[in-house]
Design a protein around this ligand. Structure first.
Ligand code: SF4
Ligand code: MG
Length: 319
């Protein structure tokens, strides 16, 4: 709720603070138990920072993160350490996130050890089991990360998140670094695991086509703000925010009868350290009006479970 994460920008010989990047700027949303909430947006829009802030892998500047009725931003380190068992993350780059000097049994046994789960023998058994669950042979536990392909390494990343039996997993672009040919295998695996273990995912991607199949609802971010959030079907059938419309127009439609007009946005994404006034999208919006340049649109529920931040859809208080 009202989540903010600002980073200081420093400069000069004395590294003085010269500015601020509002990586996440007043974002509020819910993630329901058992759902996959997709979050999309261009790089630098704050989606990864949002995911990391939810797990307190980076501390929020302001706002609340409520899990099971508790604001976890208020927990002590020790309480947070226990809570981490319920909240895991899968990183984008399986190459960088696995220690190359450790065998898989150590990499996967570590979270069990940290949370005091099982004795040595039980942990070994669990590692073998989890490898098989993610589609790798159990006896590969004695291998090193470099002995696996990129897709296999991401399976290990998934196994590491899954082994402590979490309830929420933040999936931070889990297939972006993989060859296109194996992306769908990993997506299918993640979808199966979500259903099988009744997991909740916050699934981050820069590409709408990646979140389409796996997400129940989708949120669209632009320059640190959530601009639209609704169900998967509604977003594709009835996108409201001009930015969402432009993103959707870039997704190829397999139906040859659907005439698709590509909306090309003017200009680049503005710098997050100096975002435009009013609606942050106004410098690129094809529908920009005068009010957009000065007044920031509220993120509002404009029809049943369809949220949007845009002056075109402002709810009139007097209605
Ligand atoms: Fe475009 Fe204005 Fe809506 Fe922003 S508020 S998306 S500038 S129409
Ligand atoms: Mg990212």
């Amino acid at each position: 709720r009202n989540l903010k994460k600002y980073f200081d920008v420093t400069g000069g010989i004395l590294s003085r603070k010269v500015g601020e990047v509002k990586a996440v700027d007043d974002v509020s949303f819910s993630v329901y138990e058992g759902e996959v909430l997709g979050i999309v947006g261009e790089s630098g829009c704050g989606k990864s920072t949002t995911g990391k802030t939810l797990l307190r892998l980076t501390e929020p500047t302001e706002g609340e993160v409520i899990f099971d009725g508790k604001d976890i931003t208020k927990l002590t380190d020790e309480e947070m350490r226990k809570m981490r068992r319920d909240m895991q993350i899968i990183f984008q780059d399986p190459y960088a996130s696995l220690n190359p000097r450790h065998k898989i049994e150590k990499i996967l046994g570590e979270p069990l050890l940290v949370h005091g789960i099982g004795d040595k023998e039980e942990r070994r058994k669990k590692v073998k089991e989890i490898l098989e669950i993610v589609g790798l042979p159990g006896d590969h536990a004695s291998r090193y990360p470099h002995q696996f392909s990129g897709g296999q390494r991401q399976r290990i990343g998934i196994a590491r998140a899954l082994i402590v039996n979490p309830r929420l997993i933040v999936c931070d672009e889990p297939v972006s670094a993989l060859d296109v040919s194996i992306q769908s295998q990993i997506l299918n695996l993640m979808e199966d695991l979500q259903e099988k273990f009744k997991l909740t995912y916050l699934f981050i991607a820069h590409d709408l086509s990646v979140v389409k199949h796996i997400s129940h609802r989708i949120g669209v971010m632009y320059l640190g703000r959530m601009v639209e959030l609704t169900s998967n079907e509604e977003l594709y059938d009835n996108p409201l925010h001009p930015y969402t419309k432009s993103l959707l127009s870039a997704v190829p439609n397999p139906d040859p009868d659907v005439k698709q007009e590509r909306i090309i946005l003017q200009g680049d994404v503005p710098s997050p350290s100096n975002p435009p006034s009013g609606c942050a999208f106004h410098t690129r919006c094809p529908d920009c009006m005068d009010i957009c340049k000065t007044v920031r649109p509220e993120f509002q529920e404009i029809s049943d479970s369809h949220f949007v931040a845009c002056h075109l859809y402002e709810v009139n208080e007097n209605n």
